[in-house]
Design a protein. Sequence first.
Length: 201
Amino acid sequence: MRMWLRSGVLALVFGAQNALAGTVLVVGDSISAAFGLETEQGWVHMLGERLARGPGEHQVVNASVSGDTSAGGLARLAPLLEQHRPEVVVIELGGNDGLRGQAPAQLQQNLAAMVDRSRAAGAEVLLLGMQLPPNYGPRYTRAFAEAFERVAEEKQVPLVPFFLEGVGGVESMMQADGIHPSAQAQARLLQNVWPVLEPLL
């Protein structure tokens, strides 16, 4: 009887610990998948290390896929939410939509749907905004950036206006392809995200 009670108490303790543990789910593209780098060099891995050192019980799941678009992220989201039951979903998508010249209105619709599905699953949402280089033309680049702003405003979710602030266009911060951040840039990416993410944890 005493053994049974002890086992029951331990089960309750471990269950409570698991209930307190929160998961941060990052759904992104090559920038968050650490393209061209070792996974351990990427900003998402750095985030996991920071949370492991801090108070609370948080883990980071990196569900980023190189080359992914907002449509791809939306298609992948439901099973990710069911599997990981995250406390926070970080959406870092849209760059590939822009590079392919896809309609900003469709990007906005996809991001809004991801916010809705994440919230329906009980998660807070953080949106990481992107901007395109000026060679895409002022009209398209403006409409692209505004897609993130409109989703953030309409859905009332926190937004990092330009995830690559201090990185994009800086030669020392970019890999040779001029698209993907270098290893030196990863700490700056985390720096851009952290002040907006921390209050959600």
